[in-house]
Design a protein around this ligand. Structure first.
Ligand code: OGA
Ligand code: NI
Length: 355
């Protein structure tokens, strides 16, 4: 079963629209990421993906707290990926977020924000694939990206979106603060060090909604190619369809999240801040031929104008030299969004080679 003629870039539509075309039995060749269906294979995790009980960080019991911090250390160092439970985000809110996201993608095109705006740092951006201005092969994905902090933005429709986004932003910020404090301590730093140095009171938070409709040749296409995220950590929820894969010890693994847990993956700025101790994790999204998958990623970074470099204590105290050059977060973000989504290629720009 081969893919069919490529779609001309000028004729590009949302993947939702393409997937709804009648008698779509194969994909246009510029959606084929792989020739060999084996390339997309992933296995079930043999070791279990770490699960962290967030309530232990604030329970007031010092033994519980230090156990949670140790767990965070191990999860960040060995996996770059973990599930959190007792995270303080109500199940009903997570469900409502996924529902309103589905409503958004199902709106008539004229009620959505402009499709594919030119500016990659537009605070409300609706589009397809990742960066169609540069890509030769497209992802089987539509997205909505909204900057929700430090400035709050929201599309006007669906009507319920604005209130829900405000609530979700509040709750996820709380979780981010707990994670930042725990992770700061797990690096041997003072509890508030990361928050202070990276100005998390004005942190850049981006709501990213992903829409992956059924694909007639799921073994050739990808919802998102292998990449790391730009921020400190991303919080991800999904509608239980499955498709997220992470790279662990060189092998691709399927992620099957516990119901109501939140998935956390470490991003490039945690790698930079930790001077390479906590590497950002490579992950990708596979697609399927049955069900539409929706995921919501909350990307949490430093404040937009922070110039990020490795934490000074990790460099001075431990006899290490900095392994990354300083760069303003917005500049990094622009570079990541304005290029191809390709592994850890943005991080390579700031990585000092001879280390
Ligand atoms: C992302 C991402 C994966 C998924 O939005 O950065 O990696 O499972 N999403 O949707
Ligand atoms: Ni990602």
């Amino acid at each position: 079963m081969a893919s069919t003629a490529p779609i001309q870039p000028s004729k590009l539509t949302s993947i939702k629209k393409l997937s709804e075309s009648p008698n779509l039995n194969s994909i246009p060749s510029n959606y084929a990421y792989y020739n060999d269906p084996h390339d997309i294979c992933a296995s079930e995790p043999q070791d279990s993906i770490p699960t962290i009980d967030i309530s232990l960080l604030t329970s007031g019991n010092p033994d519980h707290k230090s156990k949670a911090i140790q767990d965070l250390n191990k999860a960040c160092e060995e996996w770059g990926f973990f599930m959190v439970i007792n995270h303080g985000i109500p199940e009903s809110l997570m469900k409502a977020m996924l529902e309103v996201t589905s409503e958004f993608f199902n709106l008539p095109e004229e009620e959505k924000p402009k499709f594919e705006p030119k500016d990659v740092l537009e605070p409300i951006r609706y589009g397809t694939s990742f960066n169609t201005a540069k890509e030769k092969v497209f992802c089987w994905r539509d997205f909505l990206k909204v900057f929700v902090h430090p400035e709050f933005h929201s599309p006007h429709k669906p009507n319920a979106l604005r209130e829900l986004l405000l609530e979700y932003r509040e709750r996820t910020q709380n979780l981010v603060r707990k994670l930042a404090r725990g992770i700061s301590e797990s690096l041997g730093l003072e509890e508030y060090e990361m928050e202070k140095t990276l100005n998390l009171n004005s942190s850049l938070q981006i709501f990213i909604a992903n829409y992956y409709p059924p694909c007639p040749q799921p073994q050739l296409a990808l919802g998102m190619p292998p990449h790391s995220d730009h921020g400190l950590f991303t919080l991800l929820i999904e509608n239980q369809v499955g498709g997220l894969q992470i790279q662990h010890k060189g092998e691709w693994l399927n992620v099957n999240p516990l119901p109501n847990s939140i998935l956390v993956n470490t991003g490039d700025h945690l790698e930079i801040f930790s001077n390479g101790k906590y590497k950002s994790v490579l992950h990708r999204a596979a697609v399927n031929n049955k069900n539409t998958r929706i995921s919501i990623a909350m990307a949490n970074g430093p404040s937009p104008d922070t110039i990020v470099c490795p934490a000074s204590k990790l460099v001075d105290n431990e006899g290490c030299v900095p392994a990354y050059i300083p760069m303003e977060y917005t500049e990094y973000l622009f570079s990541q969004q304005n290029n191809l989504l390709n592994g850890k290629s943005t991080l390579d720009l700031v990585k000092i080679k001879d280390n």
